[in-house]
Design a protein around this ligand. Sequence first.
Ligand code: ADP
Ligand code: ADP
Length: 227
Amino acid sequence: MSRILFSHVGKRYGKNNAGAVQNFTLEIDDKEFIVIVGPSGCGKSTLIRMIAGLEEISEGHIYINNVRINDLPPKDRDIAMVFQNYALYPNMSVYENIAFGLRLRKMPKHEIDIAVKRAARLLEIEAYLERNPKQLSGGQRQRVALGRAIVQSPQLFLMDEPLSNLDAKLRVHMRSELIRLHKQLGVTTLYVTHDQTEAMTMASRIVVMKDGVIQQADTPEEIYNNP
Ligand code: ADP
Ligand code: ADP
């Protein structure tokens, strides 16, 4: 179960700034797949970074399951992130990359092993576990990054343009993979993109942002019919 509440969230970089994110208010239900879409500079990354704890929240509150997370350290927020550039550890094997977060949490070795292999099976990367990320294609690397996220069983996934570095054909394939994973795992997901097709095909709800403000928040069908 995980529900997210944004209440009048805002971010100012410096005093005279109008606000990279302004008065962002949104309630997200358990298992939703929210896609935040909007042009470059509209505040998408700032929003994601505030949720993850990489950027301070200037105004308002964010709650995950009724816990206010504004002042929680990133590691206590129970969130897993996937980035555009994969951000894998280059000197670790795929196995070690996926296991890393669990080792930090001091999970027993045999449990880590079960979790890593389960994630690898879900993502169909079992054959690459001993390889180094350098020996993988872009699509395979993104699967490893996803594996590293899902192995943590977080209460929230944050994904920041995760498919943008893939070629068009692979992007379409990974879209349906992500939808499948979301159905299987049922983890509430916040997905940021500038790609409207991704938004229309993946979202349970789309949040359209412009200049730091929510323009529209609705199902893909509603947005398609009332753009
Ligand atoms: P997006 O992810 O939608 O491209 P960002 O969240 O990166 O948008 O940026 C939103 C606004 O905040 C932009 O006007 C950007 O220039 C500004 N901004 C982002 N990061 C910083 C920063 N560290 N310092 C000052 N301004 C920033
Ligand atoms: P021990 O300290 O008991 O020797 P290991 O680190 O060798 O434990 O790992 C125990 C199990 O975890 C192994 O049987 C293996 O399945 C799995 N394992 C650990 N590291 C790796 C790895 N780099 N690649 C694949 N499997 C691994």
